[in-house]
Design a protein around this ligand. Structure first.
Ligand code: ATP
Length: 239
């Protein structure tokens, strides 16, 4: 469904992605794991059309989308939930969520946005109780739920999630990851998940890629990667 081949991305002289190839089939969760600074965010921003590769191609649903740019890609169904959430702190939960529908709201039928919102609130009942609360006053976990909810409001077929667990307590991380699994299982959403918390991400992933220094060094099913000696040495302290 989404396939990136031999991507190379540079920041001036810095090679941030070096011949990176990843793919995601429909309805699967793909985890991209790796330490700080290996290029995970760069990969997500490139897949979302926010960065242009100097070499390589990206195809989505059989179309070459390498140079389409983020405004077009979001209309094709690729949505990025960025690292750090980037909510509008002075807007309410409801207002932040509605912003996710910005690119289709003009063509929306009456009630269509409200019905999309209702789906997000059904997924995150905690947000329904707080719909009039300012986003800046929410806990980190609630803010991440708003960020995911806002992403869903754009009606993606492929959701790119950059470090959703950052700064959150293990219990909250589990809750968010459970929601991702249920989105895959009930609506067939495809998800690419970038995580430093490799164990948590590979546990829910159908497949995954391990990155080291701008390259993909390993790939396999979530279970294979969790059991792999190299992954364990690098990320789980050799346990
Ligand atoms: P993190 O977990 O911190 O988000 P990451 O794996 O997502 O790390 P990237 O943010 O993609 O890594 O960064 C990859 C490399 O590119 C790093 O060496 C980083 O210092 C460098 N880099 C990132 N953004 C820029 C930039 N705007 N200009 C120059 N170098 C950059």
């Amino acid at each position: 469904m989404l396939e990136a081949s031999d991507l190379q991305v540079r920041y001036g002289p810095v090679v941030a992605l070096d011949n990176v190839s990843v793919k995601m089939d429909g309805g699967e969760i793909v985890a991209i794991v790796g330490a700080n600074g290996v290029g995970k965010t760069t990969l997500m921003r490139t897949l979302a059309g926010l960065l242009q590769p100097v070499a390589g191609t990206i195809t989505f649903a059989g179309r070459d989308v390498t140079r389409l740019g983020s405004h077009h890609l979001i209309r094709q169904g690729i949505t990025l939930v960025p690292e750090g959430r980037h909510l509008f702190a002075d807007l309410t939960v409801d207002e932040n969520l509605r912003l996710g529908a910005f690119h289709w709201r003009r063509k929306a039928h009456r009630g269509e946005i409200d019905s999309e919102l209702a789906k997000v609130y059904a997924l995150f009942p905690d947000l329904l109780r707080r719909k009039t609360q300012l986003a800046g006053t929410l806990s980190g976990g609630q803010q991440q739920m708003v960020a995911v909810g806002r992403g869903l409001m754009s009606r993606p077929t492929c959701l790119l999630l950059d470090e959703p667990s950052l700064g959150l307590a293990p219990l909250v991380i589990r809750q968010i990851f459970r929601t991702l699994v249920s989105l895959r299982d009930t609506s067939g959403l495809s998800i690419i998940l970038v995580e430093q918390d490799a164990e948590a991400a590979l546990r829910i992933a159908d497949r995954g890629y391990v990155m080291q220094r701008a390259r993909v060094v390993l790939s396999g099913t979530g279970a294979e990667l969790r059991a792999n000696k190299l992954t364990r040495e690098i990320y789980f302290g050799g346990l």
